[in-house]
Write a new protein. Structure first.
Length: 194
């Protein structure tokens, strides 16, 4: 960490393990294409869990599919506003996200330039590759936490362990490294893994 006055800046090019965090259904409730800040609801155990992961030396990187942009449900700016809201809510618990990696694309969308087949829509590993390029990640010690099997598949494609939080909304990936029902349990698995 470099101290400039009283703010600390994360030094990006220092390789560290990362926790790749799905957004909807993991950090915030997945009401379906969440895009209004009033609908951004952190799960109650997320802030403390992120703090424990940060204390363990992990970078915290969000990787999220936001096909609502390609589908014309909302603008990309609405996604950024939601991320500012997540940051605001986490700040109250003195914890931060290092960066957000967003896939706004969907081939069946109706809104250019987003309605394309891309390399970053999970389960493809493009968002993790973007994150690695920017931060340099020790992949064999990293994890992805998701609520969909496609999040776990994304981790598999990038060679990292996946922990699925079953919120009762999506099918399970029985081969996930961990299958839990809360963020706190996912953190517990990570902190006790070798
Ligand atoms: O869980 P992450 O990746 O953070 O974000 C998922 C959301 O973008 C949305 O992903 C959509 O899937 P499709 O993109 O329409 O297949 C639907 O499942 C929505 O209910 C969900 O809110
Ligand atoms: Mg999700
Ligand atoms: Zn994409």
């Amino acid at each position: 960490m470099i101290a400039y006055g009283y703010t600390f800046m994360e030094v990006k090019n220092v390789s560290k393990p990362a926790i790749f965090l799905d957004r909807d259904g993991v950090l915030i409730e997945d009401f379906g294409y969440v895009h209004r800040i009033e609908d951004v609801k952190l799960f109650p155990d997320v802030a403390e869990g992120l703090k424990a992961l940060r204390a363990e030396g992990f970078r915290l990187l969000v990787v999220t599919n936001q096909s609502g942009v390609a589908r014309g449900y909302f603008e990309i700016d609405a996604v950024h506003r939601c991320h500012d809201e997540i940051d605001r809510q986490l700040q109250a618990h003195d914890v931060t996200i290092d960066s957000y990696f967003i896939c706004p694309h969907h081939p069946k969308g109706n809104t250019a330039p987003w309605n394309v087949t891309c390399s970053c829509r999970k389960p493809k590993p493009g968002l993790l590759e973007q994150a690695n390029k920017e931060f340099g990640t020790v992949m064999d010690k990293s994890f992805i936490i998701g609520d969909k099997a496609s999040d776990i598949e994304c981790g598999r494609a990038a060679g990292i362990r996946g922990i699925q939080i079953d919120r009762g909304q999506y099918p399970k990936d029985e081969k996930a490294f961990g299958l839990v029902t809360s963020f706190a349990e996912a953190v517990e698995i990570i902190l006790t893994a070798t």
